[in-house]
Design a binder for this molecule. Structure first.
Ligand SMILES: O=P(O)(O)O[C@H]1O[C@H](CO)[C@@H](O)[C@H]1O
Ligand code: HPA
Length: 302
């Protein structure tokens, strides 16, 4: 095996072992308004260091509606200068912890005029622009332990979970602000020029952001079931006559406004997940029942 391959596999394993060792004794707490039973908050500085304003950069273990979850508040972005290996590092660690399902959320700008700020777009598919250009976390020697060299990406957003989410939306009375669509990842950190926005729109993109695709690619590669949603935080300007310009503060403000709805939606989805509790983790220890990974941002769930 390639030496670097062995090194990186050791890093995933070390992180997973460390986390398992540190989640056994959990102080009682309640975080981001979600109801956690016997949770422990871990300041996992070793790999949750996202300095983006509005991201808490925390990893939280706890029980959510009877399912044990590990929740990542914040993420690494490529535009921060992180390698794609680092951006997606937590996903493989969670896999080693015994995680079965990845719920990934993001903030995104809408290209489709019917999507307004505050709307929720369930990801049906994505266009991974950096990936199409060779900036793909799976580049390099394949780690066979996790998955195949050439993984399929069709169907990477689980159809069953998408259907359940739409049903939950109806129950919560928010169906009219929910839709399915195609997310595109661009490199960022600048927002799109008008010509770029028009290009994305023509290509069939409904919403655009600067994250998510690498995590989803790695999760799909290692066999995780994936559910994704975008909170539409702004319209992407497509007209030279439109004086509006997006800014990060506005993005955060919409996140705060929709926090409660997203929280209810995710919690209900978690409660309906059919996961085999008490799965054995890949490191041979009993996981605290099932671990579900939510990649969420504090700005959304605070
Ligand atoms: O994709 P997330 O991390 O939700 O954040 C989105 O919001 C930030 C821009 O305001 C960018 O990081 C973009 O990707
Ligand atoms: O308009 C946007 N473009 C790219 N990323 C984003 N993240 C939130 N809004 C946007």
């Amino acid at each position: 095996m390639h030496q670097n391959n062995q090194n990186i596999q050791d890093e995933y394993q070390k992180a997973a072992d460390w986390l398992l060792a540190h989640t056994k004794h959990r102080p009682s707490m309640n975080t981001f308004g979600l109801r956690w039973k016997t949770p422990a908050r871990l300041r996992a500085d070793t790999f949750v260091l996202s300095p983006v304003q509005g991201h808490a950069g925390r990893l939280v273990f706890g029980e959510l509606r009877g399912k044990t979850c590990v929740c990542m508040q914040g993420r690494f972005h490529m535009y921060e200068g992180h390698s794609l290996c680092k951006t997606t590092f937590p996903v493989r660690v969670f896999k080693l912890l015994g995680v079965d399902t990845l719920i990934v959320t993001n903030a995104a700008g809408s290209l489709d005029d019917s999507l307004r700020p505050g709307d929720i777009m369930i990801l049906k598919d994505h266009i991974n622009f950096p990936g199409l250009c060779g900036l793909n976390p799976l580049c390099g020697p394949n780690l066979d332990r996790f998955g195949p060299r050439f993984p399929a990406m069709s169907g990477c957003y689980d159809a069953g979970l998408r259907r359940i989410a739409m049903e939950i939306g109806k129950q919560l009375g928010v169906a009219e602000v929910m839709t399915e669509g195609v997310y595109a990842m661009v490199g960022g950190p600048n927002f799109e020029s008008i010509a770029e926005a028009r290009l994305l729109h023509r290509l069939g993109v409904d919403a655009v952001g600067m994250s998510t695709a690498p995590e989803v690619v790695v999760a799909t590669h290692c066999g995780l079931r994936v559910f994704g949603l975008s909170l539409i935080t702004n319209k992407v300007v497509k007209s030279y006559d439109d004086p509006e310009a997006v800014d990060h503060e506005a993005v955060l403000a919409v996140g705060r406004r929709r926090a409660q709805t997203l929280q209810s939606l995710v919690m209900e989805l978690v409660s309906r997940l059919d996961i085999n509790n008490n799965t054995e983790s890949a490191v041979g220890e009993k996981c605290p029942s099932v671990i579900l990974n939510l990649i969420v941002k504090s700005r959304t769930f605070m």
